[in-house]
Design a protein around this ligand. Sequence first.
Ligand code: AP5
Length: 215
Amino acid sequence: MKVVVLLGPPGAGKGTVAEVLVDKGFKHISTGDLLREQIRLETPLGIEAKKLMDAGQFVRDDVVVGMIRDLMKDSGADAKFLFDGFPRTLVQAEKLDELIGSLGATIEHVVQLECPAESIVERLIGRRTCEKCGSVYHVTFNPPSNGDVCDVEGCALTQRADDTEETVRKRLEVYAERTAPLITYYEVAGLILKINADQPIVDVRADVVKALGKV
Ligand code: AP5
């Protein structure tokens, strides 16, 4: 089993980078996407999560860890997991270590995407998403070819409820307080690969693929 973690502030480009690694056989697991699916289905978990997500706050550790545990429990030895937005707290990082340890694996690399706050605000306010296929665009940096319509599905693109400037700044505060300590956690373990994410998408993707080598 191979496990790679994408670590970085909201809007650093974790989902955008993940797209190229999926082509290399990774199963992309975004806890944000899993939670948004619960919201779409209007489950009790989704109703609770929506309030927190719209306010830029984290969902409870036990809820998120439970979702990951369910996804990984029947995995074979050849599975390749790419985590995006998980772990996000020290408790989640410790639980992930326990979980993959019990499956006889360890984390191979943690890709840390570095990007300044002002670029992030511009990126998230201009992000547009296809609710049908999950494709992510940016009105300026990665526009769809045809107006405000998804290139894959042809349907109208939407803006995430948490992509307002006020909520983005709150998310950045929560990241600094609760997620940034994971950088030291993984540096101590010798797992961090630092990537400059403040450059064009094509260059960030190429740097990540190069840094990961033959994973
Ligand atoms: P989640 O969905 O994970 O959001 P996030 O971490 O805030 O990250 P984003 O999806 O906003 O950004 P990204 O880094 O993937 O950037 P993207 O590639 O889209 O989580 C949402 C919420 O769910 C959390 O706030 C929390 O409430 C909850 N949650 C999720 N996981 C949780 C957990 N483990 N524990 C507790 N709660 C949890 O790119 C952004 C935009 O920029 C796009 O428009 C893109 O086209 C553009 N772009 C990307 N790269 C570049 C570039 N290099 N140059 C120019 N533009 C770029």
